[in-house]
Unconditional design. Structure first.
Length: 362
């Protein structure tokens, strides 16, 4: 068989004139067929072109109007402190609250378009259905309201304490003092759910689109903060931080290190805060870090992280017992399990919801 096939092949090759013994003369019959083919193509060029366009349009149409898989655009259903409608997190760091989502479409290139209340939103990050009415941006309004009533205000900021974990800690009886204060409101934070981005939104009352802070890259906050507005009202402010300033602005910031080497800075921060409360500034923001640190290392629901929450609960009791002003207890973002440890930054139920508890003094 192999011999026969070789024989046939040899015959085919030798029957083509320019393959034979160096004769490269263009054969007239081949030219004739070639010209016929070219002529047909030229004659039918328009037809072929239009047919191609029609076929491509047909497939593009099918693809672009295919309903999007739920997995491609995260849609979180909120079931607590809910409002009707949707919160659409846009690609540029904003949150748009809409009443209706008319359609979600995926184009041939894979980009997603949401039509909501007649507005076209390209490539959103995700959607929260029935979002809570409060968000991390609500904190600024609360602070301004307190200052306008000539009340001082203390913001206790527990890094990484998402709403889910807060509820879990309540259920486990780990935070009895916070439990005695009554339930915090569930609120949205901004995306990406990382400290610099969410902290900037907290103190400015605007989304990352307008703060310009979208990452951990240290950038000067060029928009007005609660501390700037307090100053404009003739009020004083101070921030008690860990070992570095997170948002870059002009507010006086007291930095702390783990002086006693016990593996957490929260005790140092607590002591400085207690000292400050003897003669408090009009706005005092106390940023506790160790829940986030332990949750990263051991997981958000780990014994280590929950024990630190219990310690914070007792610190908060002492701080509030020594303070008569208005109080806001909140967080910047939540945290999710990642293997044996914890992480945040995603558009997920665990990362995106925070508690906000408020005490307004009379
Ligand atoms: Zn954080
Ligand atoms: Zn963190």
């Amino acid at each position: 068989m192999a011999h026969n096939r070789q024989g046939i092949n040899r015959n085919v090759y030798t029957s083509i004139p320019w393959k034979g013994n160096g004769n490269r003369q263009f054969p007239s019959w081949t030219a004739f067929y070639f010209i016929i083919i070219i002529r047909n193509i030229v004659m039918n060029r328009k037809f072929i072109f239009l047919s191609l366009i029609a076929i491509l349009s047909f497939f593009a149409g099918i693809i672009s109007f295919m309903p999007t898989d739920a997995g491609e655009l995260p849609i979180l259903k909120n079931e607590e402190d809910q409002e009707t409608g949707f919160a659409v997190f846009t690609e540029d760091g904003d949150i748009l609250y809409v009443n209706n989502i008319e359609s979600i479409e995926r184009s041939i290139t894979g980009s997603i378009t949401v039509i909501a209340d007649g507005i076209k939103i390209s490539n959103p990050i995700g959607i929260v259905e029935n979002p809570p009415s409060k968000s991390i941006m609500s904190i600024k309004d609360k602070v301004i309201k307190s200052l306008s009533s000539n009340n001082q205000v203390l913001i206790i900021y527990i890094d990484g304490l998402g709403y889910n974990l807060y509820r879990k800690a309540l259920d486990l009886g780990i935070i009895p003092y916070l439990e005695s204060l009554g339930k915090a409101e569930k609120a949205l934070t901004v995306y990406p759910t990382i400290t610099d981005v969410t902290f900037a939104a907290m103190v400015t009352g605007i989304t990352p689109k307008y703060t310009g802070i979208h990452s951990r890259e240290k950038k000067l906050l060029e928009v007005s903060t609660i501390f700037d507005e307090a100053a404009a009202m003739g009020k004083t402010s101070k921030v008690i931080e860990g070992n570095m300033q997170i948002i870059t602005d002009e507010v006086e910031t007291l930095l702390n290190i783990d002086e006693n080497g016990n593996g957490t800075i929260d005790d140092e921060i607590y002591n400085v805060a207690l000292e400050e409360l003897k003669d408090p500034q009009d706005v005092l923001l106390v940023h506790f870090h160790s829940y986030d640190d332990f949750a990263h290392k051991y997981g958000p629901g780990s014994d280590e992280a929950l024990t630190q929450l219990g310690i914070l609960d007792s610190y908060i009791k002492d701080l509030l017992d020594n303070y008569d002003g208005d109080v806001i207890i909140t967080a910047d973002h939540g945290m999710h399990d990642e293997g044996e440890s914890g992480a945040h930054g995603t558009f997920s139920e665990s990362d995106l919801f925070i508690p906000i508890w408020t005490r307004v003094s009379l």
